[in-house]
Design a protein around this ligand. Sequence first.
Ligand SMILES: Nc1ncnc2c1ncn2[C@@H]1O[C@H](COP(=O)(O)OP(=O)(O)OP(=O)(O)O)[C@@H](O)[C@H]1O
Ligand SMILES: O=c1[nH]c(=O)c2[nH+]cn([C@@H]3O[C@H](COP(=O)(O)O)[C@@H](O)[C@H]3O)c2[nH]1
Ligand SMILES: NC(=O)CC[C@H](N)C(=O)O
Ligand SMILES: [Mg+2]
Length: 525
Amino acid sequence: MAAGEQVSNMFDTILVLDFGSQYSHLITRRLREFNIYAEMLPCTQKISELGWTPKGVILSGGPYSVYAEDAPHVDHAIFDLNVPILGICYGMQELAWINGKQVGRGDKREYGPATLKVIDDSNSLFKGMNDSTVWMSHGDKLHGLPTGYKTIATSDNSPYCGIVHETKPIYGIQFHPEVTHSTQGKTLLKNFAVDLCHAKQNWTMENFIDTEINRIRKLVGPTAEVIGAVSGGVDSTVASKLMTEAIGDRFHAILVDNGVLRLNEAANVKKTLVEGLGINLMVVDASEEFLSKLKGVTDPEKKRKIIGNTFIHVFEREAEKIKPKDGKEIQFLLQGTLYPDVIESISFKGPSQTIKTHHNVGGLLENMKLKLIEPLRELFKDEVRHLGELLGIPHDLVWRHPFPGPGIAIRVLGEVTKEQVEIARKADNIYIEEIKKAGLYNQISQAFACLLPVKSVGVMGDQRTYDQVIALRAIETTDFMTADWFPFEHSFLKKVASRIVNEVDGVARVTYDITSKPPATVEWE
Ligand SMILES: Nc1ncnc2c1ncn2[C@@H]1O[C@H](COP(=O)(O)OP(=O)(O)OP(=O)(O)O)[C@@H](O)[C@H]1O
Ligand SMILES: O=c1[nH]c(=O)c2[nH+]cn([C@@H]3O[C@H](COP(=O)(O)O)[C@@H](O)[C@H]3O)c2[nH]1
Ligand SMILES: NC(=O)CC[C@H](N)C(=O)O
Ligand SMILES: [Mg+2]
């Protein structure tokens, strides 16, 4: 986990106990947005083993029902800390379960907007919140007030939308203040952390850099050497820059050419990272190895696992070749993993579903020898970009569109062959070139071309053609958790389609993907 104990001792910290909601990390992120440090730990955390004292505790939402036999429950020692507590959705139901068990299935589930009616504003939790839209996502509800509590807010569907203990600073809310759809949600979290917990707003991203560099130095020690999985994308470049600041040339960055990179990618990245940023980087060509393992594989999850595993094999092999000056073996592998990679791949006890296995999380080897260092594991993309700017990484690299580790292998739908990769690569290159020429690159969060395993009939120069289909994707998003498609001018799409069909052999048609996330995902596989 990034930023360990020492940060919680240096800054006023809110403890977030995670019951497995897809939104849990948004709570810590929102608190960081107003300069309050928060640490998220599993809901099963023993308070006696914490090693620091939080200024307040937030219990997150979660997919379980508190009354279910296998439902997770909180350590009751949180009540002895004598700090404010806020239960969100499942968190509130947990507070109610502990104090009278008045929780059960609601007659109807409630997903979406509701209007908050504050009925008692004698404490500051709901300051600035009355009549605001709040976001609901629950099927269970409180059937009565927990012992010792009173109602302070309602909504049409939730008579106990906000509750507070009669004498202690313990609050419960049925809605999710951490999602942007709760229009004043951030205000509520600020009211809680600043007004009720009295946490100081003095944490910044600059602090993150300092504490992370110190943490890495302590973890690695004075002589050990580290290898890094570096792709030239913003995440691993930021992570490498931190590592280089921390241990200098004891860090060995490795870019693996997996045969499914973009056109001229390896050479371009090498130039930027070595010449521009002073990162000690080497390129390892493993393209044949990746392509041969992918032969005949069409299932997207299998492809992802093969690629994740092969990456690790390559890193372990390369680690053995490096002979550190202290005479010991390389023990650590740096990865640029971000929070969204983690949440969609795995979660606490698996309550938040695996959407797809990101190669760098769920695709790892079980008996892996190298220990992972992932300094960005708690952060979202836009926070990493901010960090990149602070570290002096060139603007163009910081704002590069993300490119997934499994690369073109998950953009060639169906079997991945050299020939198919070549078609997708050429089409993608034309598309991105046109986006840049039109001055649209920075307005789009990510764009790419996919090659579909479908053939269609066309006519070119009076000849019948029977070739494949390219699907273009372009999305706008801030955190890649949700996304919408980019509204190109028709003339732009017309130009790209015409260039691709004319210039790329094997393509007969071009389509544009107009699906948002959800229900689709960004990548097609
Ligand atoms: N070709 C590669 N060689 C070495 N490591 C890689 C490669 N591709 C991905 N990785 C590793 O996997 C991690 C996750 O990939 P991901 O694409 O999410 O991040 P990124 O490439 O660093 O940034 P971006 O999201 O901007 O592309 C990277 O941070 C890096 O550690
Ligand atoms: O390094 C990566 N390894 C992966 O396995 C992977 N899968 C998706 N992505 C990227 O994550 C973001 C969200 O994509 P999805 O909506 O398809 O999950 C988008 O930016 C995707 O490009 C990956 N990145
Ligand atoms: N979002 C949540 O925390 C949901 C809590 C609980 N599983 C319910 O359906 O009510
Ligand atoms: Mg990448």
